[in-house]
Design a binder for this molecule. Structure first.
Ligand code: UDH
Ligand code: NGS
Length: 361
């Protein structure tokens, strides 16, 4: 009998030649079958995992391909996924793909708000909007201090709604209307806007905008940064520059944390001037700095107008801004008192009329 070097001697000795061949063939076929079944399982598992990996991880963190993102959003995921999970949205890209850059801004034609509403069909009552195809990165309350500037407000709504949508923000527009004829108090109205908007939605960013300032470039994003942000940095009335380095007037954006850190804005500036310098002092004294877009992106137009009644320059403003560091602890969001007179929901904005009291002078 021949000895097979591959089989144990005892087995070889016990089997005749033909049976041995049969047994070997059977063994080979069995092994091949086992191997192929294992391989099929392995490959199909891998494909499923790769598919899941791409749908769940890759596209959701990718910020540069909005087209890919929206395609994946409409793709049905593996059958184990629940219906609720299927409508879960991915984060909007870091930079919106809808931005176009410079905008044509002019104030020569009258504005029809019905028309503006028609052109912004996705804006919901009260001036609320959020993107349908992705999760906005910030929830932004736009707060406008207001009294008797209806014509300016129309231009603001005309130009800002399309821009804010292109910026893919989850936003709401709040016009804080000072009731009565007492001296105007811009900063107090802004504080009220902060408190009132938070009662309605979980906003985490607050853009405070004068009603007569319109950005000229949609890349000037109306959202918050790691530092308080000044957005109206290049106004036409100042020859497209800053009037002075510390200027923080016009349009600014503060996150909830930044706003709380400075105890909000002062309530004690009645009449024109100084309240924006006080806000600047608050920011710096709490160890923060001002972030700004560049002078081209930050270009904006102001609607020309005369000085308003009951908003004369405040003679106390220089004295007040000299003491911000001391007063800011007790004058701000922690000392704010007012009464809401009425809240009106319009198709393009929420108007909150408030009684702010009167100047002690
Ligand atoms: N505001 C009103 N109504 C008023 C006063 C102010 O809505 O009666 C609001 C409005 O949003 C305005 C903002 O507060 O944009 C700031 O007002 P402001 O008067 O402090 O600043 P503005 O730059 O005017 O609008 C400064 C005086 C302009 C004098 C022009 C003389 N040619
Ligand atoms: C400063 C004011 C600021 C004001 C800025 C621009 O002098 O409140 O001018 O005013 N500060 C003081 O008066 C202390 S503007 O030209 O826009 O009317 O924002």
């Amino acid at each position: 009998m021949m000895r097979d070097p591959l089989l144990p001697g005892s087995v070889v000795a016990a089997l005749p030649g033909a049976s041995l061949q049969k047994a070997c063939r059977f063994l080979v076929v069995f092994c091949a079958l086992h191997l192929s079944i294992t391989l099929i399982y392995y490959v199909s598992e891998r494909e499923l995992n790769i598919f899941q990996y791409f749908t769940e991880h890759h596209y959701s963190t990718s910020s540069s391909s909005p087209l890919a993102a929206s395609t994946v959003q409409s793709t049905t995921r593996p059958h184990s996924t629940t219906a609720k999970e299927m409508v879960e949205l991915l984060d909007c890209p870091e930079t919106s793909p809808l931005l176009v850059g410079p905008l044509r801004i002019e104030f020569s034609h009258p504005v029809d708000l019905e028309e503006v509403k028609k052109n912004n069909p996705n804006v919901r009552e009260g001036g609320r909007y959020k993107p349908k195809d992705c999760n906005a990165r910030q929830k932004v309350a736009l707060i406008i201090p207001f009294r008797k500037r209806d014509e300016h407000l129309k231009y603001w709504l005309l130009y800002l709604h399309p821009m804010l949508q292109k910026q893919q923000l989850d936003y709401g527009v709040y016009v804080i209307n000072q009731d009565g004829d007492s001296t105007f108090n811009r900063a107090k109205l802004l504080n009220i806007g902060y408190v009132e908007s938070l009662k309605e939605y979980d906003y985490n960013c607050f853009v405070f905008s004068d009603v007569d300032l319109i950005p000229m470039d949609d890349k000037n994003i109306y959202k918050c940064s790691s530092q308080p942000r000044h957005l109206s940095v290049s106004m036409d009335k100042f020859g497209f520059g800053l009037p002075y380095n510390q200027y923080f007037g016009g349009v600014s954006a503060l996150s909830k944390e930044q706003f709380e850190k400075i105890n909000g804005f002062p309530n004690s500036y009645w009449g024109w001037g100084g309240e924006d310098d006080d806000i600047y002092n608050r920011i710096v004294s709490r160890g923060m700095s001002i972030s700004r877009p560049d002078a081209v992106t930050g270009k904006c137009r102001m609607i020309r107008h005369d000085r308003d009644a009951k908003n004369d320059p405040n003679p106390q403003r220089f004295d007040l801004i000299a003491h911000t560091r001391h007063t800011m602890n007790s004058d701000g969001i922690n000392s704010l008192s007012y009464k809401v007179v009425k809240t009106e929901k319009y198709p393009l904005y929420t108007k909150i009329t408030v009684d702010v009291g009167a100047s002690p002078r």
